[in-house]
Design a protein around this ligand. Structure first.
Ligand SMILES: NC(=O)c1ccc[n+]([C@@H]2O[C@H](COP(=O)([O-])OP(=O)(O)OC[C@H]3O[C@@H](n4cnc5c(N)ncnc54)[C@H](OP(=O)(O)O)[C@@H]3O)[C@@H](O)[C@H]2O)c1
Length: 385
C-alpha cells in the first residue's frame, strides 16, 4: 500500500516529504509529475484532480502521464489513495479534505484555466477558487512552501524589455486578456491577504513542447509558429526575439524552486532570458531544416494586426482545412503577446543553481517531428479547448 493511502501513515514516514501537485492532468503539471516520479518521488505525491471518484481521477492522471513519457509500471505504481478529488470552481470539498491538506509539506500549484479566450470560469477558478484553496493551506503548521505557478505575461503590455520580476501589476483593464488579469490578481491577493502562506511564485514565460517528446503531450502554441511560416507572414519581425522554454525545463525549475530548502526571493521568472531566447529568423531556419525545406527568409512579410484579415483567402491553401474565423481570432490573440517582444530576466533563477535553459532551436526539430501527423488546425485546439 502506498504511504498516502492512509492519513495515519504520514507521520510514520518521517523522511519522505508529501508534495501536493495540482494541475497534473495538464501540460506543466503533467511534466512536473513525470519528473518527480522519475526522481523516485512518486510515492510521496498527492494529486488534486477533477473527478467524481479517486479511481476516475487516477485514470485521468495516468492517461496524461503516459503522454509525458511515464512508463506503464510507474503509472500503475500510483494508487487511488494519492488522488484528492476537487474542483477549484466549487471548493465545498475543501472542508472535507482539510485534514489531508494539513499533512502536506509542499504544494506545487499548476491548476488554472489557462486560456486566452473569454471563458466565464477564468476568474472563479484562477482567483476565487485558488484563493480559497490557498487560504486553507495558509493555516497549516506543516507546510514549508506553496509554489504557485503564475505567468510572466501578468506584467501587462507596454513594459520595457528585459522584464525583471516585480510585484507591481497594471490595472486589470490594461491586461491583454482576462487570463493574465486573473493571474495577476491571485498573486496580489495571496501575497497581501495570506501572510501565513509560505508563498513563492514562479512565472514561466512561453512554454512550447518538450526536449525529447516534442509536442506529444501538448501542441500548445507550437501551431502559431507553424501557421506563421505556412502563411509566410505574421506580426513579428524576423529579427525580433521570443522567450520560449520547453515544458520539461520548466518542470525541472519548478521542482527546484519547490524543494530547495532556502530561496533568496519569493518571485522568479522561469524563462529563456537574454542568454537563450531566439530570433524568429533563427526559428525560421531551424524550422525549415527540420522540414527539409528552404527558410521563408526574404519571402517573409511582417504585417499589422489589422492586415491579418487579408491573409484569410490563403488559409485553406497554406494551412489546410480550418475555420477561417477561428484562425483569424487565434492569430490576433497570439500576435498581441508575440508583438510585446518581451524577454524575461532569469538571473534570479540561475543564481539559485537552476540549469541554464535550452534554446527553442535546440529542440524544435523534435516538435516538428512529433507534429507531422497533426494538422495545424487540429493542433490549435490545444489552446481553444
Ligand atoms: N503553457 C504555458 O505556456 C504557460 C506559460 C506560463 C504560465 N503557465 C501557467 O502554468 C499553469 C499550467 O498551465 P498549463 O499550460 O499546464 O495548462 P493546462 O494544460 O490547461 O492544464 C491546466 C490544469 O489545471 C487544471 N484545472 C483547470 N481548471 C480546474 C479546476 N476548476 N479545478 C481544478 N483543476 C483545474 C486542469 O485540470 P483538468 O484536466 O481537469 O481540466 C489541468 O490539470 C497555469 O497556471 C498557467 O497559468 C502556462
Amino acid at each position: 500500500m502506498n504511504a498516502l493511502t492512509q492519513g495515519n501513515m504520514f507521520t510514520s514516514v518521517a523522511t519522505r516529504e508529501h508534495i501536493l501537485l495540482t494541475g497534473a492532468t495538464g501540460f506543466l503539471g503533467g511534466s512536473v509529475a513525470a519528473q518527480l516520479m522519475a526522481d523516485g518521488q512518486g510515492a510521496g505525491l498527492c494529486f488534486l484532480v477533477r473527478a467524481d471518484t479517486p479511481h476516475q481521477g487516477l485514470e485521468r492522471l495516468r492517461d496524461n502521464l503516459r503522454q509525458h513519457g511515464v512508463s506503464e509500471r510507474d503509472c500503475l505504481a500510483l494508487d487511488a489513495g494519492q488522488i484528492l478529488c476537487g474542483d477549484l470552481l466549487d471548493t465545498s470539498w475543501l472542508a472535507r479534505e482539510t485534514p489531508r491538506l494539513m499533512q502536506m509539506d509542499r504544494v506545487i500549484n499548476c491548476a488554472a484555466v489557462a486560456s486566452f479566450s473569454k471563458n466565464p470560469t477564468i476568474w472563479p477558478v484562477n482567483v476565487e477558487g485558488t484563493f480559497a484553496f490557498a487560504e486553507v493551506l495558509a493555516r497549516s503548521a506543516r507546510l514549508k512552501r506553496f509554489l504557485h505557478v503564475g505567468t510572466a505575461m501578468c506584467c501587462g503590455p507596454e513594459r520595457e524589455s528585459p522584464i525583471s520580476e516585480s510585484w507591481e501589476f497594471p490595472e486589470a483593464e490594461q491586461q491583454l486578456v482576462d487570463y493574465t488579469a486573473s493571474k495577476a490578481e491571485i498573486e496580489r491577493r495571496m501575497r497581501e491577504e495570506l501572510p501565513g502562506l509560505p508563498l513563492v511564485v514562479a512565472r514561466p514565460s512561453i512554454v512550447v513542447g518538450h526536449r525529447s517528446l516534442g509536442c506529444q503531450a501538448s501542441g500548445s502554441i507550437f501551431w502559431v509558429f507553424r501557421m506563421g511560416f505556412a502563411l509566410e507572414s505574421f506580426t513579428c519581425g524576423l529579427d525580433e526575439q521570443i522567450d520560449v522554454i520547453p515544458v520539461d525545463y520548466c518542470a525541472e525549475a519548478l521542482i527546484g524552486l519547490a524543494r530547495k530548502p532556502q530561496l533568496n526571493h519569493d518571485l522568479y521568472h522561469i524563462s529563456a532570458g537574454h542568454g537563450s531566447a531566439c530570433t524568429f529568423a533563427e526559428i525560421d531556419r531551424a524550422f525549415a531544416l527540420a522540414n527539409g525545406a528552404e527558410p521563408v527568409g526574404e519571402r517573409y512579410r511582417k504585417v499589422g494586426v489589422d492586415d491579418l484579415k487579408s491573409l484569410a483567402n490563403s488559409f485553406e491553401s497554406r494551412i489546410g482545412p480550418a475555420n477561417p474565423r477561428l484562425v483569424l481570432r487565434a492569430l490576433r490573440l497570439y500576435s498581441g503577446f508575440a508583438d510585446l517582444n518581451y524577454l524575461f530576466d532569469n538571473s534570479r533563477l540561475l543564481e539559485e543553481g537552476i540549469a541554464v535553459p535550452p534554446r527553442f532551436t535546440d529542440y524544435l526539430e523534435v516538435c516538428v517531428r512529433s507534429s507531422s501527423e497533426v494538422s495545424i488546425a487540429a493542433q490549435m485546439q490545444w489552446d481553444f479547448k
